[in-house]
Write a protein that binds this ligand. Structure first.
Ligand code: PNS
Length: 165
């Protein structure tokens, strides 16, 4: 790639729902890459709490002020989507050593499949190192308080889910 080209990266995930930890990484990624595409997996094995449309809507709302961030969905192999986007890198967050093994396996498999796409790991702010979508959903659905760990729109949507159940 010539130096004059823009460097695009993708930040893939399930985002069920987006947390402030994800948002922190999006902000960090958007500072070092020219363009960052948040890529939402369409058909995760996991049964998501939020529909694809809801996850995309929340992501678009919370990233609206960041001009070089866009939101897209993908299916199939991540590296195929990365190539389709013309992405030079895949951005992933590592919160703790426990994330490392899984992330390293994925990164090395992705590298084998698409050696030209670099995997870049970044750490979120320390205050988010314990935050995961799974844990936040569990705590909220059981009546615990998660203020400050998810964007306001996510909190509202979670409250609506609880009220509707
Ligand atoms: O938010 P998550 O669940 O940690 O994201 C995982 C994700 C979406 C990055 C991963 O499951 C993925 O890349 N899925 C697409 C299918 C794929 O390419 N699988 C091979 C990975 S080596």
């Amino acid at each position: 790639m010539s130096k004059s080209q823009l460097t695009r990266a993708i930040f893939p995930g399930t985002f069920d729902p987006i947390t402030n930890g994800h948002l922190d990484l999006i902000e960090r990624g958007a500072r070092i890459f020219d363009e960052l595409v948040v890529a939402v997996l369409r058909n995760p094995d996991k049964n998501p709490l939020f529909s694809l449309a809801e996850r995309v809507e929340m992501l678009r709302e919370v990233t609206a002020s960041q001009e070089n961030v866009s939101v897209a969905t993908f299916d199939g192999l991540l590296v195929d989507f990365a190539r389709q986007c013309g992405a030079a890198a895949i951005l992933r967050g590592i919160r703790a050593i426990s994330d490392y093994e899984y992330e390293m396996q994925m990164a090395l498999m992705n590298r084998r499949l698409a050696p030209e796409v670099e995997v870049v790991f970044m750490m979120p702010a320390g205050k988010y190192t314990f935050v995961s979508s799974r844990l936040l959903k569990e705590v909220h659905l059981l009546g615990g308080e998660i203020d400050g760990l998810v964007p306001e729109i996510v909190l509202e949507r979670l409250r609506a889910k609880v009220a509707a159940s």
